[in-house]
Every structure is written in structure tokens, then in C-alpha cells.
Design a protein around this ligand. Structure first.
Ligand SMILES: [Zn+2]
Length: 124
């Protein structure tokens, strides 16, 4: 009979099970950092990959809105036309091409996932 596990003090066993559920903990102040979210979408019956600018909690992975002080300065550009001033948003492709090496990139199922997988960070 192996009693090794039973010899571990109770508080240590307790700690062990808490750690595995740590990412679902809600009792922390979310720490948001900017990131790119990539997701699949259907476009003319074809699967395309879209990119959007969001933020995520570095502790639990919760997806949040775009940061106010974004490093993406050309996300929305003011364009003056004959008919007035309009705002043009950066295209998904430009967003990814220009910023994927400066921001963490996460792939999610955007309609179902509220959290990014923190182990999934694309560091390329
Ligand atoms: Zn959080």
C-alpha cells in the first residue's frame, strides 16, 4: 500500500486543486492588455479569417473592448471628402499585417468564446 499521497499535508492538496481552476477565478481585478483576435467567419460561402482589435485580461484571458490608448494609431482615419468628413477604419488584413508582430494574437470562436486561451499566444 502506498501512503505517499496521504502524507502530503492537507493544505497542499487543497492548493493543488485551486491552481488548476485558477483561470476561472473571478476574484481579481482584470488587467487588460491590447491584443488581436482572429476568428473564422463565412463570407460568400467561404471561410475567411478576420482580425479585430480587442484587449484581454492577462490573468484570466477574458476578452474586453478595444483599448482607448491603443498603439494602433491608424485604426480610424479621418478622411475629408467633398461631401464632408468621414472615418475610415483599418481593414482586417492591414490590421493583422501591421500589428501581429507587436501585439499578442489569439484565435477564438468569437461567437462562443468570452475568453482567449492564454497558452495559445502566437509569439511570432
Ligand atoms: Zn481577469
Amino acid at each position: 500500500m502506498n501512503n505517499a499521497y496521504d502524507e502530503i499535508p492537507k493544505y497542499l492538496k487543497q492548493k493543488e486543486s485551486n491552481v488548476s481552476k485558477a483561470h476561472k477565478k473571478s476574484k481579481h481585478k482584470h488587467q487588460y492588455a491590447e491584443c488581436l483576435i482572429r476568428y473564422k467567419c463565412k463570407w460568400h460561402e467561404k471561410d475567411e479569417i478576420s482580425t479585430c482589435l480587442r484587449s484581454y485580461c492577462v490573468i484570466c484571458g477574458k476578452i474586453h473592448d478595444r483599448m482607448k490608448n491603443s498603439i494602433v494609431k491608424d485604426y480610424k482615419i479621418k478622411v475629408v471628402t467633398l461631401h464632408g468628413t468621414v472615418y475610415q477604419f483599418i481593414s482586417d488584413d492591414d490590421l493583422y499585417e501591421k500589428y501581429h508582430d507587436r501585439l499578442p494574437v489569439f484565435f477564438v470562436d468569437i461567437w462562443n468564446d468570452n475568453y482567449v486561451n492564454l497558452n495559445d499566444e502566437n509569439t511570432n
